[in-house]
Design a protein around this ligand. Structure first.
Ligand SMILES: NC(=O)c1ccc[n+]([C@@H]2O[C@H](COP(=O)([O-])OP(=O)(O)OC[C@H]3O[C@@H](n4cnc5c(N)ncnc54)[C@H](OP(=O)(O)O)[C@@H]3O)[C@@H](O)[C@H]2O)c1
Length: 350
């Protein structure tokens, strides 16, 4: 904390800890790639609020943003605060629409203790009885929207179809599978380890689960999906994607949501090994990024919020305490050593 003189009265200005990108990671993100620095907070302008960040969302795409590969947003520049989604509480306000004490989502608040946002950008987080704040960082946030639009808009599930989801026990995948079940589909999840696979079949009602660490995905799919795959909700890429694509039916669909198995690698990423199958079987593959769907957010929330409120949709959050642990925690997304949507608790909820 810094003490400053304000009209003779001593005011205490908080220090803002920020994770700054120091260099582009060569493979897995390491301790020297980012640095935790302290900065003073800027004076608020009219229409702005100072937000004490409560939770930071850690997402696989942060690894992409740290690189300078061709991507859907500008790479984070060396020396800049690491970009990331947060929610927080308004601590100081010069914006009539966002008084002190309200919970807001400032968009991309960054890996830091405090964010400053304009009232034209920050959105109030609605209070839903019985629903924790963290739900707005997972099932009712970008995670839920990714699952909803990828499945419903691109996958277009029909009752009786077979849906395969990779990274199925993760934040996005677990929602996809439950939504597909609600559409009357047969759902097979691919996940790492017996605990995650058991959660899919015992708790979420998936029809089958394949442990990609110990099982032959192709052989298991032949057993669990003997009529082939109509929708492959792709989260992993690489060998997992290849194995599933070999089972995709004629006129099947593949919402290409993510390729996490490739994000720590340098250079061009290989596509499907049997690309001709896309032609022969008229498979629709469509990459998508959730930010393109933000104008339609209300459409997804109108479906997801009632399912959450009525406990028909399950989700998990894995909360790591302390902004100082954010870099270490990010690695968990790539080892699978987390149980649900990965968040960092930056400061206590009010
Ligand atoms: N397109 C979009 O707008 C959008 C938005 C959000 C997320 N995504 C993508 O969706 C995917 C899932 O993201 P999420 O936020 O929901 O994370 P998550 O699934 O909660 O966590 C990532 C999981 O990926 C699995 N994984 C990591 N490396 C792997 C590998 N080499 N092979 C197989 N599985 C691996 C691990 O699960 P196991 O322990 O089960 O192996 C890990 O827990 C990512 O590809 C992400 O980039 C895309």
């Amino acid at each position: 904390m810094i003490a400053s003189q304000d009209e003779g009265k001593e005011a205490v200005m908080p220090i803002n800890r920020q994770w700054v990108l120091r260099r582009r990671p060569a493979a897995e993100v390491g301790p020297d790639d980012l640095e935790l620095v302290e900065a003073e907070l800027p004076e608020l302008k009219d229409g702005e609020v100072l937000i004490r960040n409560l939770y930071l969302s850690l997402d696989p795409t942060h690894r992409i943003w740290m690189s300078d590969q061709d991507q859907y947003l500008p790479p984070v520049r060396i020396g800049d605060v690491m970009r990331g989604g947060v929610i927080g509480v308004v601590e100081k306000s010069r914006a009539a629409s966002l008084p002190e004490g309200v919970i807001v989502n400032p968009g991309l608040g960054g890996w830091q203790d405090y964010s400053v946002a304009s009232e034209t950008v920050a959105r109030r987080v609605p209070h839903l009885a019985g629903v924790p704040l963290t739900a707005h960082m997972s099932v009712l946030g970008a995670t839920g929207m990714t699952a909803y639009f990828g499945l419903m808009d691109i996958g277009r599930p029909q009752p009786g179809e077979t849906v395969v989801v990779s990274a199925a026990a993760g934040a996005v995948g677990s929602i996809v599978g439950q939504l597909a079940k609600a559409e009357g589909c047969r759902v097979i999840g691919i996940a790492g380890g017996p605990e995650k696979c058991r959660w899919l079949t015992h708790d979420l009602g998936f029809d089958g689960a394949i442990d990609h660490r110990t099982q032959d995905i192709s052989a298991e799919l032949a057993r669990l999906a003997p009529n082939g795959v109509d929708i492959n909700f792709e989260n992993v890429g690489g060998a997992v994607m290849d194995a599933v694509m070999a089972h995709m039916n004629t006129f099947s669909r593949m919402p290409l949501c993510g390729m996490i198995s490739t994000y720590n690698r340098e250079g061009p990423v290989a596509g499907p090994s049997d690309f001709a199958r896309v032609l022969m079987h008229r498979i629709l593959i469509k990459g998508f990024i959730v930010i393109d769907y933000l104008p339609r957010a209300a459409e997804a929330l109108a479906v997801l919020a009632p399912l959450v409120a009525s406990h028909h949709l399950k989700w998990k959050t894995h909360v790591v305490d302390g902004l100082e642990n954010a870099v270490d925690a990010l690695g968990r997304l790539f080892t699978g050593d987390h149980d649900g949507k990965l968040l960092v608790r930056i400061s206590p909820e009010p």
